[in-house]
Write a protein that binds this ligand. Structure first.
Ligand SMILES: C[S@@+](CC[C@H](N)C(=O)[O-])C[C@H]1O[C@@H](n2cnc3c(N)ncnc32)[C@H](O)[C@@H]1O
Length: 367
């Protein structure tokens, strides 16, 4: 079927659900224990995952896959709901943050190490920070980062403390993520050491208050287009791929990258839709088709896939939601419905309103 024809037939499956607008964003997670250990602008909310778990009637013993797991929202929500889950991503920081969030910690050992860490006497270290870090973070905070990083290295729970330090470092930085670019805005910031201490103790409290479940969580640094997962092995997919005009995460995560290099987390250069010398739109949908084919392969029959995706403006509106549904239909998925969660203006030159872009939740079923 041609796209235009498909699009016409799709209309009766499209439903507005603008009261879920905020659920498609990371904002509600900012107040939630564990979810807020790492701020991920591109993330969606725990509440959205909870609603999908309910919609798909998932239960204990089921297996969910998020092939673009980002900061681990799907992973933590499924784990809390006692549902097994697998998360994949290529971004080192995403893998790292997700892993730190799902570990079962011994809170007494965390408290003991925190006590040791904050009792140590500060000393200046001669660390060479990259230029971009020096532009984003003041020299006192950088000195604190060097000192605490070297101390953390000796601890048993070093990943936990590293995520806390990363979180605090981002909070004191002058960097401001505006769409796909970083801007530097100098403003008064609290001393890093104070903030770090506050973050650590708040995280420990979150650990103490979290209820353990028996769900298994597997996190792998893998490309969503080619996974190592067996055929027909997952009951549902809950995910959100990168959006067409906001794909080069590497530029946006300079501070995060610095921490990952320090922890020797390897990089995987296989971002969806990023290929040298190729038309961006074409590369994006080719990759999307590969990803959908992979989702289809690993899903069990009758299994659902929920995909949150935003449309893009490339001089004209690119209907990523409908095109993705079209590709899914070609692969063999049944497109159950498309819920429009948000509509925003497409801007050119930052202020000129050009059109309205949807952010949608596509519900597919393997038939
Ligand atoms: C929109 S974010 C997902 C956010 C997530 N739902 C959350 O709540 O944190 C998309 C993610 O896809 C990842 N990604 C990009 N290309 C990928 C690929 N080829 N395979 C797997 N993950 C990829 C990015 O690193 C990013 O973390």
């Amino acid at each position: 079927m041609e796209y235009e024809e498909f699009r016409k037939q799709l209309t009766h499956k499209v439903e507005e659900k603008l009261d879920w607008k905020e659920l498609a964003t990371f904002v509600p997670n900012k107040l939630l224990p564990v979810y807020n250990w790492f701020y991920y602008k591109e993330g969606f909310s725990k509440e959205l995952v909870d609603k999908l778990i309910e919609m798909f009637e998932l239960k204990q013993g089921n297996m969910v896959l998020d092939p673009f797991c980002g900061s681990g929202t799907t992973l933590v929500a499924c784990k809390q709901a006692d549902i097994n889950v697998i998360g994949l991503d290529v971004l080192p920081t995403a893998i790292f943050a997700s892993q730190v969030k799902i570990v079962k910690y011994d809170s007494e050992s965390l408290r003991e190490e925190a006590k040791i860490l904050f009792r140590r006497k500060f000393h200046q270290l001669e660390w060479e920070f990259p230029k971009i870090m020096r532009a984003m973070i003041n020299k006192y905070a950088l000195a604190d980062i060097a000192f605490f990083s070297s101390q953390i290295d000796r601890l048993k729970n070093k990943d936990f403390f590293t995520l806390a330090l990363l979180n605090a470092s981002i909070k004191v930085s002058y960097a401001w993520k505006d769409g796909g670019v970083i801007k530097i805005r100098k403003h008064p910031v609290p001393p890093l050491r104070k903030l770090f201490q506050r973050v650590v103790y708040r995280m420990i409290k979150d650990v103490e208050e979290s209820k353990p479940t028996n769900a298994s969580v597997l996190i792998k640094q893998e490309d969503a287009r080619k996974t190592s997962l067996p055929d027909n092995s997952v009951d549902a997919v809950i995910t959100s791929p990168p959006y067409l005009n906001n794909i080069d995460y590497t530029k946006l995560y300079a501070i995060e990258d610095f921490f990952m290099k320090m922890r020797h987390v390897p990089s995987l250069r296989s971002f969806l839709g990023v290929r040298d010398g190729k038309d961006q739109e074409q590369a994006y949908f080719e990759d999307m088709k590969e990803t959908l084919t992979e989702m289809y392969r690993v899903l069990k029959n009758d299994g659902y896939a929920a995909i949150v995706i935003g449309n893009a403006w490339l001089g004209k509106e690119i209907e990523s939601d409908f095109i993705t549904a079209y590709l899914a239909d070609e692969i063999g998925f049944s497109v159950e419905k498309i819920l429009v969660l948000n509509k925003r203006f497409a801007l050119e030159n930052r202020t000129e309103k050009k059109g309205v872009l949807r952010e949608s939740l596509i519900i597919l079923r393997k038939k």
